[in-house]
Design a binder for this molecule. Structure first.
Ligand SMILES: Cc1cc2nc3c(=O)[nH]c(=O)nc-3n(C[C@H](O)[C@H](O)[C@H](O)COP(=O)(O)OP(=O)(O)OC[C@H]3O[C@@H](n4cnc5c(N)ncnc54)[C@H](O)[C@@H]3O)c2cc1C
Length: 372
């Protein structure tokens, strides 16, 4: 049984945020930066943040050309430009909040590799996409790089050419999340881990937030639960998607520097210091990867090994040191869901597998919903 003191002090908040990923922690920061006197609690089901934010590849990306062309077809030009702007602004918020050095932010650019036999019709749109994005970046960001395969030691028989994106960058996911947690706590936010929220009940004067052991009360509740949102709100339209990632051991004289994509972004790799981090392949087994359960998929891991050996490191011996998975949330288009659900509740979820840049901007938009 909780004491009077515990109920009074530990269980009552102005704001409760569910989910300690990038979005949830950034929302907590937004509130405290503007309203330092408000009490804020973040509840996280895992002992560490346990969705995508500590599992990703650390691409601070705004999208490859083929992905951008597909997005324009899917969403229309205005929604596409807004999405890229949100990613770009989100990245600036994250960098300003934490600083580049603590998160090992490095801007070496991004390269989309075009493989032999790949349909390259979208290349015709390079100038058009550069023009659409010019107001955001004040420069054309996409350009053809015919020598990329040679420059980075990739298999030149398999990689036909590449398209560089000047503004793409990379960071250290672990350091970024650690810095975000430290910053959030310095602002006076309480973060409780191992606290899975099981049920929500909105009352006229508060929202009752029930976890396994303790019930909390909040004047305002923000859901930042991404792929796990349907456990609390079954009717939200999203699909979970597991992602597989591996990391090699150190590779002497590694030529690869930057972030790289191929097969329309389904595969992605980067250097982390002198290692390769390589992920993707969800399109090989959509059915099995449509899950919120962590776990490996041998078929996909085999494909990652194959491409690592055949395309990425064709002449270099390497050892895969470790692999892991994380869980993303996707919708029928690339638009995330940021909305009020009721008088006291709102959500920012469904980041479509590209939340490193986007998360901080969505958090800002989410908190703004409560300021009206
Ligand atoms: C393998 C992989 C690679 C990726 N690579 C990149 C990349 O390179 N670049 C990029 O931009 N994006 C990448 N992403 C996507 C990016 O990581 C996500 O879009 C982003 O982290 C989403 O942040 P979030 O805070 O919204 O969600 P999450 O990080 O998933 O956070 C949601 C949190 O809510 C918690 N939670 C859920 N339900 C409850 C509950 N009932 N009670 C308490 N807590 C709960 C979860 O445990 C989780 O910690 C990748 C994702 C994966 C999985």
């Amino acid at each position: 049984m909780l004491s009077f003191w515990e109920k009074n002090t530990f269980c009552n908040y102005d704001y409760i945020i569910i989910g300690a990923g990038i979005t949830g922690l950034s929302a907590a920061c937004e509130i405290k930066e503007k309203q330092p006197n408000k009490s804020v609690l973040v509840l996280e089901q895992g002992l560490l943040p346990s969705g995508a934010s500590t599992k990703n590849a650390g691409f601070a990306c705004i999208g490859s050309l083929s992905e951008n062309c597909a997005d324009i077809n899917l969403m229309g030009e205005d929604a596409f430009i807004q999405l890229v702007l949100n990613r770009w602004q989100g990245l600036q918020i994250l960098r300003n909040r934490l600083g580049d050095s603590p998160i090992s932010f490095e801007s070496y650019g991004g390269y989309e590799l075009l493989l032999q036999n790949q349909n390259t019709a979208f290349l015709d749109q390079i100038n058009h996409v550069n023009q659409l994005l010019f107001p955001i970046f004040n420069a054309p960001i996409f350009s053809l790089q015919t020598h990329a395969a040679k420059q980075f030691g990739l298999n030149q028989n398999m990689v036909k050419t590449a398209i560089k994106n000047e503004v793409e960058a990379q960071l250290d996911t672990g350091k970024m999340m650690q810095a975000l947690i430290t910053y959030t706590q310095k602002l006076g936010v309480n973060i409780l881990t191992g606290a899975k929220v099981l049920h929500l009940q909105e009352n006229p004067e508060n929202v009752l937030v029930q976890t396994e052991k303790i019930d909390f009360k909040a004047k305002q509740l923000l859901l930042c639960t991404n792929a796990f949102t349907q456990e609390l709100l079954p009717n939200i339209e999203l699909e979970s998607g597991r992602g597989q990632v591996l990391v090699t051991g150190p590779i002497p004289n590694l030529k690869i520097k930057g972030i790289f994509f191929f097969d329309e972004g389904y595969y992605y790799f980067r250097n982390f210091e002198n290692r390769i981090i390589f992920g993707g392949g969800r399109n090989l087994d959509f059915t099995a990867e449509n899950t919120t359960e962590f776990g490996s998929n041998q078929k996909i891991l085999d494909a990652l090994h194959y491409y690592l050996k055949e395309i990425i490191l064709p002449e270099t011996p390497f050892k895969v040191e470790h692999n892991w998975s994380g869980i993303m949330a996707f919708g029928s288009d690339k638009t995330p869901i940021v909305k009020r659900i009721s008088e006291r509740q709102s959500m920012a979820v469904r980041l479509n597998g590209m939340g490193v840049a986007l998360g901080s901007k969505l958090a800002k938009d989410l908190v703004a919903l409560h300021e009206d």
